[in-house]
Design a binder for this molecule. Structure first.
Ligand SMILES: NC(=O)c1ccc[n+]([C@@H]2O[C@H](COP(=O)([O-])OP(=O)(O)OC[C@H]3O[C@@H](n4cnc5c(N)ncnc54)[C@H](O)[C@@H]3O)[C@@H](O)[C@H]2O)c1
Ligand SMILES: O=P(O)(O)OC[C@H](O)CO
Length: 331
């Protein structure tokens, strides 16, 4: 039996703990707050992040990271991207020597422009073949309700990828493997930014043509950046590219899309942030994606527009006018 620790008991960490348990793994779920860990253990439910979802008995919650990590084969990281470095620094001494480190996060670190697997390697000293990322159209609420979905496990080590695939394969969750870690992580991070743009458009009252245009041109800018970073082009046509982009840009369950919708309706970033405790990664990652693109001389006009709205005080209406009045060019 695969022994796993999931570090981070938010919506996705808790949902993925359920997936692992349903696939037959032993699961320790680490929550920062002892009262939340206690409540999850006693109630078999995470009322703060996943109310109404019954967790399997094989999921045992703890607020003690050393207890969670003792003797595990797989360490799953499920905290907000911008806090990963800080969290990992606290945990690194507790990580078992050869455990596979699996990132569930979809973001790019501010300041360093590093992907999450790069941050994991840097902080833990693990070789890149020991680090994997899981990414795809995986809205936590739908997976927790056992609605069928597929995903991608990206790892340069094919044996580790296959072991992870077996560890989380259930009747409702179907993982594929892909050696392209760069493309999968980039797809997951940039789609949050494009989902913000789609939300803004929806909040302004625009319909499906606008959304489809943003999705398609958003995919084009993701693929351009991916090419500059050495990603495999086919990845962006797959689950971690187009698949996740379509799900996130279309679903009212997406925190990023919902965040953008409120901006489009006229709320400020601060007002929207006050109204939710959950992570909308694109709000911060839009800046690091833009920095990454600029460092590689890649044009990312939708990301630039989202940065202007989220961080430079531009109105949503003006953002649309600016995108539409860009110089005309071939597709
Ligand atoms: N929710 C989804 O549907 C979903 C699906 C796929 C991927 N993801 C990705 O998974 C990652 C985690 O997302 P989530 O949905 O579980 O987020 P969440 O906001 O629901 O939970 C975040 C968790 O991290 C913990 N945490 C640790 N350090 C923290 C800090 N310094 N600040 C804030 N919280 C801290 C929180 O206590 C909480 O348990 C994100 O990168 C997200 O993009 C989410
Ligand atoms: O709720 P979001 O916007 O963070 O999106 C969740 C997942 O990443 C969808 O695959």
């Amino acid at each position: 039996m695969t022994r796993t620790a999931v570090l981070g008991a938010g919506s996705w960490g808790t949902t993925f703990a359920k997936v692992l348990a349903d696939a037959g793994c032993d699961v320790h779920l680490f929550a920062r707050r002892p009262e939340l860990a206690k409540a999850i253990t006693e109630d078999g439910e995470n009322r703060d992040y996943l109310p109404g979802v019954r967790l399997p008995d094989a999921v045992r919650a703890t607020a003690d990271a050393a207890e969670a990590l003792l003797g595990v084969d797989v360490v799953v990281l499920a905290v907000p991207s911008q806090s990963l470095r800080h969290n990992l620094t606290e945990w690194r001494a507790l990580l078992p020597g050869d455990a596979t480190l699996l990132s569930l996060m979809k973001g790019i670190e501010l300041g360093t422009t590093k992907r999450m697997s790069e941050v994991v390697c840097e902080v833990t000293g693990a070789g890149s073949d020991r680090v994997a990322a899981l990414s795809g159209p995986n809205l936590a609420r739908e997976i927790a309700a056992e609605q069928p979905a597929a995903t991608v496990i990206a790892c340069t080590d094919a044996d580790r990828a296959a072991a992870l695939q077996a560890a989380c394969h259930t009747g409702y969750f179907r993982p594929y493997t892909n050696p392209d870690l760069i493309g999968c992580e980039l797809g997951g991070a940039v789609k949050n930014v494009i989902a913000l743009a789609c939300g803004i458009a929806a909040g302004l009252g625009f319909g499906d043509n606008t959304r489809a245009s943003l999705i398609t041109r958003g995919l084009a800018e993701t693929a351009r950046l991916g090419a500059a970073l050495g990603a495999e082009p086919a990845t962006f046509a797959g689950l971690a590219g187009l698949g996740d982009l379509v799900a996130t840009c279309s679903s009212p369950l997406s925190r990023n899309r919902t965040f953008g919708e409120k901006l489009g309706q006229g709320l400020s970033v601060e007002q929207v942030q006050r109204s939710t405790r959950q992570t909308a990664e694109g709000v911060k990652s839009c800046r690091s994606v833009l920095d990454l693109a600029r460092a590689h001389g890649v044009d990312v006009p939708i990301t630039e527009a989202v940065v202007r709205v989220c961080h430079e005080g531009e109105s949503a209406a003006r953002m649309v006018r600016e995108i539409m009045s860009r110089e005309a060019k071939p597709e």
